[in-house]
Write a protein that binds this ligand. Sequence first.
Ligand code: ADP
Ligand code: MG
Length: 264
Amino acid sequence: MSAHASTDVPILECSGLRKRWPDGRVALDDASLVLHEREVVAVVGPNGCGKSTLLAALAGLETVDAGDVRFRGVAVALPRTGARPTKSDEEAARRHRLRIGVVFQSYGLFPHLSVGANCMAGPRHGLGLAANEAERRARAALARVGMEEVFGRAATELSGGQQQRVAIARALANDPDVLLFDEPTSALDPQRTREVGALVRSLAAEHRRAMVLVAHDLDLVRDAADRVALMEAGRLVADLPVKNFFATSDPMIRRFREHGKTVD
Ligand SMILES: Nc1ncnc2c1ncn2[C@@H]1O[C@H](COP(=O)(O)OP(=O)(O)O)[C@@H](O)[C@H]1O
Ligand SMILES: [Mg+2]
């Protein structure tokens, strides 16, 4: 269950996000979402509805045409499409990115670095910690995901499931306030999906940090999420407690649960 009180300022929220790609395709169309402290919100929706773009915008990794992201009530200097950011905007955006840990479907480890160096990079160069403290953080994060043994190995020598666990450790090493997962098990075979899924479930169950979980695995959503937000054509069209999401007979949500589509 969600641990937040209803009066809390959300840890992360976005409102009215809009983004159109140069080819005219609309990725975000008035997308709004609220995430409370320690809450786990799943974002689901058909392929191409804008989930990855939404996560990237929340993390400050993708430009937007309009709309706001707020962190604990304070507007984030979001990169704007076509605008040249000022030095202070860039610095504010950099600080924002450090509070947010992102785990991508395709792991995204630095291929030329060891596992340990991957996990030390954020603490060392992002947070500016001394090398020994960065290493302590990296080792603790790797221990959390059961990968402390591979500290010195090359990232690319690992299996996909191991790389994804290292990617989760890399996100945790910065001790972020919010974790964003973008289909963390979608690139994995069934066995690795179970392993990484178990890890995502256990991080969600800790309720130590707020999480947004984009997933098409509805079993994972059911186990991990407090709330489920349904996205369609660039906007969030439904948002309900996880129990209600799986129980409701609302036609659009049922169609999505049964066929992965919101419209025929
Ligand atoms: N870099 C890009 N350039 C142009 N179009 C893109 C790009 N990334 C995504 N899109 C398009 O934007 C829409 C939303 O994509 P995405 O956010 O990846 O959706 P989802 O993660 O829900 O599958 C889709 O129509 C997709 O084809
Ligand atoms: Mg996606």
